[in-house]
Design a protein around this ligand. Structure first.
Ligand code: MN
Length: 249
């Protein structure tokens, strides 16, 4: 990525054309594009130079923002300023830290609903569900335990639900659901839907046709526990129609 700068000509082009040329074409056009140093290192050298020179005005702020943009982390800038303070002087350290704190704590883009949900849930959400063909909408699957009793965390985006299905078994078997986040539903065919919120537990005997999924306006996660049994298998049936699903509240 080539560095380009026009601030010199914009601000001083009429008043000091030679200075504007040096700023835009030489400093930014050549020196900032010098290949021997990567851009992040140049940003650090610049911040340190301004700090050492006692320049703590808007130009330092610009270069702090530039440093952040080019990958300098909060931990790194704190170490850089601390290090420079030992050589350049204590008051400069304070002045630069005040600016750096503003730049590095500036709220980034607001987290999406998905990011917020992912951060708050105590279990991992995992990857996109490989059984997605049997779901309407987007779901995710994360193994919680793959030993003894298999346990998976299944997460549904708002509006997502799985198709009607049956957990078959010759003996034992079936499935347990424990809601660990959001709000959703379990429904046995022909019965009223059962709302599930954090802590809700549903026991699904083998052979019962049912579906489970999120409420229309909420993410939903449940642990799915495979109850041990003999000859277990899952039979996937028809999707839950929008008409049936829209009757949920
Ligand atoms: Mn099930």
């Amino acid at each position: 990525m080539k560095i380009k700068q026009t601030a010199g000509r914009e601000q001083l082009g009429d008043f000091a054309p030679a200075f504007a040329h040096l700023n835009d074409d030489v400093l930014f056009g050549e020196v900032w594009n010098e290949p021997a140093l990567d851009i992040k290192t140049k940003c650090i050298v610049t911040v340190v130079s301004l700090m050492a020179g006692g320049i703590t005005d808007s130009s330092l702020r610009y270069h702090l923002e530039n440093a952040k943009k080019n990958g300098v982390t909060k931990e790194e800038i704190a170490a850089i300023i601390t290090h420079c303070t030992m050589y350049a002087g204590w008051p400069k350290g304070w002045a630069v830290f005040r600016l750096a704190k503003e730049v590095w704590t500036d709220a980034g883009p607001a987290p999406t609903q998905a990011e917020k949900y992912r951060n708050e849930l105590m279990f991992p959400i995992g990857e996109k569900n490989p059984y997605g063909d049997y779901f309407t909408g987007q779901s995710y699957l994360a193994p919680v335990s793959t030993e003894q009793v298999p346990v998976f965390n299944v997460t549904f985006e708002p509006g997502c639900r799985n198709h009607y299905h049956i957990h078959h078994a010759k003996s034992g078997g079936g499935q347990m659901l424990i809601c660990v986040g959001g709000r959703g539903y379990y429904r046995e065919e022909g019965k009223a839907p059962v709302e599930m919120t954090e802590g809700s537990v549903v026991n699904i005997p083998a052979g019962v046709k049912h579906w489970h999924g999120a409420a229309p306006d909420s993410w939903f996660s449940h642990l799915a526990i495979e109850v041990p049994g003999e000859g277990t298998s899952t039979e996937w049936c028809e999707p839950v129609t929008d008409e049936e699903y829209s009757e949920l509240v």
